[in-house]
Design a protein around this ligand. Structure first.
Ligand SMILES: Cc1ncc(COP(=O)(O)O)c(C=O)c1O
Length: 375
């Protein structure tokens, strides 16, 4: 490590690529996005994402967490219901279930993609199971064929937490429109960024109407203008935020190509080191490589957290894998030991992949990584 001099440029974990297009849309929304245009960008964002992903309906929201909650609420989840949920995600995935007072049942992940393991879903089904909440983890598509088959067999709903996964495909079909609901995030570390922001997709007209009403304070106007028929939420997106999100979504293919290039730079340099396992798209599917990630297998003796500390001293910001959600105090004792998620939480790293990184930056990260593990 001693031979490396800290990078002057912050090698950021994530961050957007902003062009004149984004500036133009935000300027237009600031100057003209009121009066008759008050929801112009929000509506255009909804149509653009729905068409791109292949869904009939969309509701742009304040963030993905509330889109996930609105999905759970629209499905009528309630106390006493169980939702089978991956154990490995940002906590928003599980809290969205808990907001309805349903119980998340945390199950293990697949070692190659870190997405929910369909065999673990089957093993966790009980008469109380009402839904599956999967995550397209770090932009890798979950095994939707198996998940949809299980859901059909047991007549339960499917919510796709596709927060970081815009553009990812499962067997030629874009993720986010395969289950009953799919939700994406435009938070600052995602592929397409608006600071905060999210969107919910569905193909089901009844679920769409229910979710739309819930996201608009339960407003129906049924008895009078401003009449609200049930407890709802102020979950809609701001037009100004939608303008930034729209410009980014219109560039999704370009942004995805940059992420794949970053993944390839890492893979070319580290992919053949024994004990370094890259998370990759399954054969026949397509990841968006939002967060290129690796697992340190047992043959690598270096401590994961020490590696991350070494990185920070060199102005490199990589991320440890998520701790298992099921171990957190908001939930009852975990039902399953989930050995894969347990290993990943201790030995997983998501590599820096901000859109402003170039090949030299990735080269520097790889040199620092090799020095840290002694190869
Ligand atoms: C898997 C997953 N789900 C949900 C969310 C929540 O998204 P938001 O911050 O837009 O609410 C995130 C955000 O990081 C996420 O990674």
């Amino acid at each position: 490590m001693n031979s490396l001099i800290p990078s002057e440029k912050k090698i950021a974990f994530a961050g957007p690529w902003i062009t004149d297009k984004e500036l133009e849309y935000v300027r237009e929304a600031t100057i003209n996005g009121f009066y008759e245009n008050y929801d112009k960008f929000a509506k255009k964002l909804e149509r653009t994402v729905a068409d791109y992903v292949g869904a009939k309906y969309a509701i742009a929201t304040h963030c993905c967490t509330v889109a996930l909650h609105a999905s759970c609420a629209a499905l009528g989840l309630k106390k006493g219901d169980e939702v089978i949920c991956t154990d490995f995600s940002w906590i928003a995935t599980a809290y969205a279930i808990s907001y309805t007072e349903a119980t998340p049942v945390f199950v293990d992940i697949d070692p190659d993609t870190w997405t929910i393991d369909p065999k673990a879903i089957e093993a966790a089904i009980t008469p109380k199971t009402k839904a599956i909440m999967l995550v397209h983890t770090f932009g890798q598509p979950a095994d939707m064929t198996s998940i949809m088959a299980i859901a059909k067999k047991h007549k339960i709903a499917v919510i796709e937490d596709a927060a970081p996964a815009l553009g990812a495909e499962h067997k030629g079909q874009r993720v986010g429109a395969i289950g009953d609901f799919g939700c994406f995030s435009f938070q600052g570390a995602k592929l397409t960024v608006s600071g905060e922001g999210g969107i919910l997709l569905t193909n089901n007209p009844d679920l769409y109407e229910k979710a739309r009403m819930l996201c608009n304070m339960g407003r129906t106007d049924s008895q009078a203008v401003f009449w609200s028929d049930q407890l709802g939420y102020q979950y809609t997106i701001a037009n100004l935020t939608a303008a930034l999100a729209l410009a980014q979504v219109e560039r999704v293919e370009e942004l995805m190509a940059k992420k794949r290039q970053i993944f390839n730079w890492y893979h070319d340099r580290l992919g053949s080191i024994p004990g370094v396992k890259f998370i990759k798209e399954p054969v026949g599917s397509k990841g968006n490589y939002c967060y290129p990630s690796i697992l340190l297998e047992d043959s690598i003796k270096a401590d994961r957290d020490q590696i991350l500390k070494n990185f920070r001293e060199l102005n490199i910001h990589c991320r440890p894998a998520f701790p298992r959600m099921g171990r957190m105090p908001a939930f009852e004792k975990p039902r399953f030991p989930n050995p894969v998620a347990s290993q990943v939480e201790k030995r997983g790293i998501s590599m820096a992949s901000a859109a402003n990184l170039n090949e030299q930056d990735i080269d520097f990260v790889c040199k620092a990584f090799k020095a840290s593990i002694g190869v």
